[in-house]
Design a protein around this ligand. Sequence first.
Ligand code: NCD
Length: 383
Amino acid sequence: VVLKNLAGRDLVSIEDLSVSEIQTVFSVADYMKGITKRSSEFCEGKIMATLFYEPSTRTRLSHEVAITRLGGHAIGFANARKSSTSKGETIADTVRMADIYSDIIVIRHPREGAAMIAAEFANVPVINAGDGAHEHPTQALIALYTIQKKKGNVKDLKVGMLGDLKFGRTVHSLSQALANFGAKLILISPKGLEAPTYLIHKLKSKFGTDITQNHLISKAIKNLDVLYVTRIQRERFASEAEYLSFKGSYVVNQRLLRGAKEDMLIMHPLPRVNEIDYSVDKDRRAIYFEQAANSVPVRMAIVVLLLGSVERLPIKPHVEHKLPTRNQKIPKKTYKGGKCLNPRCVSLCEPYVEPEFYKIREDPPLFSCIYCEHEYTPEQLTW
Ligand code: NCD
């Protein structure tokens, strides 16, 4: 990939990047690792707008650090209640303003598909920093980078993903990236919090991924090369009672880890609540804080590449695989009308957004929402 390949593009879904583009991001991240604690001039004068409609510590701060260390500046809001959203402004109009004020937009929003809407209304690159329970591509790249550094190669690694796989957006992006790199996936969740069917369909049909799904970590742990733990996403449940019924249903502690390989990596996107016992922090295999430290160089790499500020980067380009990306995708026919049944879908709340679906299977017909990817039969959509 020529380094300029990513200039001006959006990172809305992990599908936006091919394998070799991801390798390019990682080569640039290797270089950025050496300069995370000092200032540089790669993005001098560039402004990043961070529009955070949901709480964040790491994602917002590390994006702001990234642009600052690259010689640019960050503007934005960390709390939508303090923005004009509280007066009823739509995502489209807020994004139009950020587009005027800045050179790159980072958005986090509780609605699935919100970042896609932002990318539609902005001319500058848009980074999805989490859209509801849907995707969180930069967080996936950070985890994949960490795994590749630690293990050398991702192909054929047995990666266990533990926890709330239904609502955990980092899992939704990371599982696709891992699949694209040839890893084997072992999905372990409490009953009721399994990965969404659209994701399982995609992992199997697009990547031919070897997937095992189960409910018991104690059984699965002994074969794993990586254990990626996630918290139960309390804020996504319809009621507190429903959340409480899952709370504490799995805990990674020293007793459990006795059954694991000596060199199994224990990872977590953070924040952790109670799913990894604090005593595990001392375990050599626990690398979640190192993983979090990689967020700065990886995000510096993403920002510099999307901004196209690459002239002075001392990086060798990668050979391109012929994988289509969202930005280069052949336009697929869509079907308008109906109503998405996912209560968190952006198409339900933004007045200018019309529900729209891809037909992802002919016989029997199956449709998928272009915003949140939830799947429906024609009867469910009642055209
Ligand atoms: C994750 C997120 O916001 O989706 N956190 C992060 O970005 N590091 C995971 C989570 O909140 O559980």
